[in-house]
Design a protein around this ligand. Structure first.
Ligand code: NAD
Length: 240
């Protein structure tokens, strides 16, 4: 076992209140592309840059194009949890992990069995009518033609935080509470460039901040340990 992986395993063994903070890289081993890796969505060619398509103003002005991209590139109905999701669920069951804080919208942590998941950017599994508030599941949206419409005639919007939209304040407070009270913070599969989410890790004041990523992040200098590699393989190796 690599030295860094050994230390990670040792720290997990000694910790009692681990918090995991993750991003799109957690789900690439489940076949869902991230945004900023070489084969991520931002390196593919679209009519508009993806960050513009998944913004609030674009959604308002051009819902047809938004939904064409969203259904094609953001929804992966057959994706299954990988070793990273499963290892984190196991740590929670063992009473060692208090929360998973995720920027992901795919619902794979819950599918793996994690109970306390704070979804900073919402979920593709929840969708609401903008007029009457009626709830719709993922299948309804994915199977609809073009822009999904409610039985009342209103437009249905996914409960995901688009660029230009604010995060839920209660969710932010819960996430900050968990990070402040953590005895170990594992940050994985995130480029840490999307704010305000990325700034949350700054409130951790302990001495066990671990970054697991395939490439450098903006917060490498803050980490107590950096483990380079695929997060599913790494967490699969260190969690029994
Ligand atoms: P990002 O694309 O900016 O960064 C992903 C990071 O993960 C990169 O640094 C990359 O090197 C790393 N990475 C990729 N695969 C990895 C692996 N197997 N193991 C370890 N590291 C790996 O993603 P982000 O920081 O989460 O920010 C982008 C936004 O993208 C988020 O707000 C999120 O809502 C959204 N998003 C979500 C999904 C999803 O729900 N699965 C997918 C794409 C984008």
């Amino acid at each position: 076992m690599e030295k860094e992986v050994e230390i990670l395993k040792e720290w997990i063994g000694e910790s009692e209140r681990i918090v995991f903070f993750g991003g799109a890289g957690v789900s690439t081993e489940s076949g869902i592309p991230d945004f900023r890796s070489q084969d991520g969505l931002y390196h593919q060619k679209y009519q508009f840059p993806p960050e513009r398509i998944i913004s609030h103003s674009f959604y308002q002005r051009n819902p047809e194009e938004f939904y064409r991209f969203y259904k094609d590139k953001m929804i992966y109905r057959n994706a299954q949890p990988n070793m990273a999701h499963k290892a984190l669920a196991k740590l929670e069951q063992q009473g060692k992990l208090s929360a998973v804080i995720t920027q992901n919208i795919d619902g794979l942590h819950q599918m793996a069995g994690s109970k306390h998941v704070l979804e900073l950017h919402g979920s593709i599994h929840r969708n609401y009518c903008e007029r009457c508030g009626k709830f719709y599941d993922l299948d309804y949206v994915a199977d609809s033609l073009g822009v999904p419409v409610c039985s009342c005639g209103g437009r249905i919007k996914p409960d995901v935080v688009l660029y230009e939209e604010g995060l839920d304040n209660d969710m932010i407070q819960q996430a900050l509470y968990e990070i402040r009270h953590a005895d170990m913070l594992i940050v994985g599969g995130t480029s840490l460039v999307v704010y305000p989410a990325a700034g949350m890790v700054d409130v951790y004041t302990g001495h066990r901040m671990v970054l697991i990523n395939m490439s450098p992040t903006g917060k490498d200098s803050q980490a107590d340990l950096i483990v380079k590699g695929k997060i599913g393989e790494i967490l699969g190796e260190v969690v029994d």
